[in-house]
Design a protein around this ligand. Sequence first.
Ligand code: NAD
Length: 272
Amino acid sequence: MQAKKLFKVEDNVVAITGAASGIGLGYAQVMAANGAKLALIDIQEQTLTEAVQSLKASGAQVQGFVADVTQTESLNAAFHAAVENYGRLDVVFANAGISGGPGFLNGNGDRNPEGEVENLSMEVWQRVFDTNVTSLFRTLQVVVPQMKKQGKGRIIVTSSISASMAESLVSSIYATSKSTVGHMVRQYAFELAKYGILVNAISPGPVITNIGGGRLKMTESRRPFEKATPLGRIAEPSDLYGAALFLASPASSMITGTQIVVDGGRILGIAD
Ligand code: NAD
């Protein structure tokens, strides 16, 4: 079997939420480079327009849809418009998500009162759960009927290593939201297998993106994460290209309900 057939996504219709920046934009780039037709969904109109323009300039077939994953009507309208435009939906990356702020430790190992449970705000809890968890439920509700009609589909969720480990530098609200996402992947993979719909997660460790105000773009803030990563660096969005292509392509057609961890060994613990 040739790699070009095994990892083929050419002409597949791929929708991505949170597609205008970071990991979602990375998914868009690898899908576009391999001939997929793209529906990019994001709340930020300007960055979305820039992403669409730059992908079009590289020769990709791509449409942008401004929508908020926390608003059912807005999200439904975007997916319906994408299906109307392309006629089907082969792959959906449910990727949009936000940070919950810093964890209960600072980068230097001291306690960070702002991240301790008694000081966290209910407003942040609700916003993070709405954006990271309920948005996945909304996405499933709108894309599953279309995929059932087609008799197939791939749903690829951006989870996190925070789904599987307790965090100190990352908000407990965020980690808890991602652990819920991790179980939704198992639960809905189980339910939807009968319909040929595969549901899997990509679980990155820290990735240099705009999340959390882009704090991982700053050398000082990045250092404790780098020190905690056995491979000695943290990821760029391009480090996720391989997992994205694998889960979207025939290469993974027997895989559902699992996660691919892309974290430079972070989940294993701190080495030397
Ligand atoms: P990012 O901020 O660079 O990109 C997120 C994109 O989602 C932005 O374009 C933003 O406008 C969009 N978005 C945010 N809220 C939205 C909403 N309500 N509706 C529609 N779009 C919305 O961040 P990123 O790091 O690329 O995050 C993408 C996903 O990756 C998130 O689910 C995040 O939890 C996950 N993740 C990130 C890291 C990391 O370290 N960067 C690690 C593990 C998992």
